[in-house]
Design a protein around this ligand. Structure first.
Ligand code: SIN
Length: 335
């Protein structure tokens, strides 16, 4: 017998499923990709390439809008916006996931990875792959790792040895590991969003920072930092993430195509990031605005020895299995 109440309830459920599931709508699926850096950086280029390939291969089915330079969301609110499905793709640096998983802090440990190739090997091995799934309880799914590159230390004074940093305050990303790293060398730190770094350095609120070359150049940080020491002491890479509920609601055939595009873009970003950093390093030198300091082997070893105790402080938090897996990826064995 016809039951109007049940019929109404069924209708309401069907409508709810329809609006929650982009598959059932006629409109193209909209993917807003928000990030905090400039278009010309490895991440900025990756976002634009993703948009281009999606619009070539999934025209009419998926539309991508890219918002660079914190123009839609910034460090303070982008992950919450992702969880609320207000934005569907982000690529925060790995240091910015601390509130969702401590395991990713392995990437912040100073002098753990010798170079970006070592980072790449770790990300491709099983432990690195597992970490892509480490935030699923928070409705965040990791889709890929994107490189930026190794970080350099910039400051208002020339930093040759760890003691040279004594008393300075450095801008850091929101990571307890990075805070501890600077404490180790007698410096202090302030957690500030990326969008505020230039002004904080210019005004003297902080006197130093740590960034890859492409972030220094694209935000003109070298204009306000007279010295940059080429320490390569840590890595700044990204995880491309989506809202799990959104991602798995995309029809399978479209999601498969999106994942194939992400693989392609990831390959290009990771191939080109190091070259982009080297080009920006040279641009900074050519600008004459900042002196690039090359460390001797002995000087670099002194930085390593000064910062290395941080590993032990965070071993139980990050997991010794994760740190051990990361230690196997360097070509050279360290003491
Ligand atoms: C970024 O490259 O996304 C910004 C990293 C930072 O906050 O230093």
């Amino acid at each position: 017998m016809f039951n109007p109440v049940r019929a109404l309830a069924t209708c309401a459920l069907a409508l709810a499923a329809f609006s929650a599931n982009p598959a059932l709508a006629d409109e193209p699926i909209l993917i807003k990709f928000s990030h905090v850096v400039a278009d010309g950086t490895p991440k900025g280029q990756g976002a634009l390439l993703f948009k281009q390939l999606v619009e070539e291969r999934l025209a009419g089915k998926v539309t991508v809008e890219v918002y660079p330079n914190s123009s839609l969301y910034g460090d303070a609110n982008e992950l919450e916006a992702l969880q609320k499905d207000e934005v569907q793709l982000l690529a925060p640096s790995l240091a910015k996931f601390e509130q969702y998983t401590k395991q990713l802090q392995v990437f912040d440990l100073p002098f753990l990875f010798d170079d970006i190739e070592a980072v790449n090997r770790f990300q491709k091995r099983s432990k690195g792959r597992q970490l892509l799934r480490s935030m699923e309880d928070h409705n965040i799914v990791g889709l890929a790792y994107w490189h930026n590159g190794m970080k350099q230390l910039s400051a208002t004074r020339a930093l040759h040895t760890p003691g040279d940093a004594n008393g300075l305050s450095f801008r850091i990303q929101p990571s307890a590991v990075l805070e501890a790293q600077f404490r180790q060398i007698g410096a202090s730190s302030q957690k500030l969003p990326f969008a505020e770094v230039f002004n904080a350095l210019k005004s003297g609120q902080v006197q130093g920072a740590e960034n890859p070359w492409s972030n220094i150049y694209s935000k003109q940080l070298h204009e306000v930092q007279p010295f940059i020491s080429e320490t390569n002491h840590g890595v700044l890479d990204y995880m491309l993430v989506s809202n799990s509920r959104f991602w798995y609601s995309i029809p399978h055939h479209i999601r498969t195509e999106l994942e194939a595009i992400i693989d392609e873009v990831t390959y290009v970003v990771n191939q080109q990031a190091e070259a982009a950093n080297q080009t920006d390093r040279q641009r900074i030198i050519d600008s004459g605005r900042s002196q690039v300091i090359t460390l001797t082997g002995e000087e670099r070893e002194a930085w390593r020895n000064a910062m290395r105790p941080v590993w032990q402080q965070f071993e139980s938090v990050i997991g010794s299995d994760v740190i051990k897996a990361a230690q196997t990826v360097n070509r050279k064995q360290h003491k």
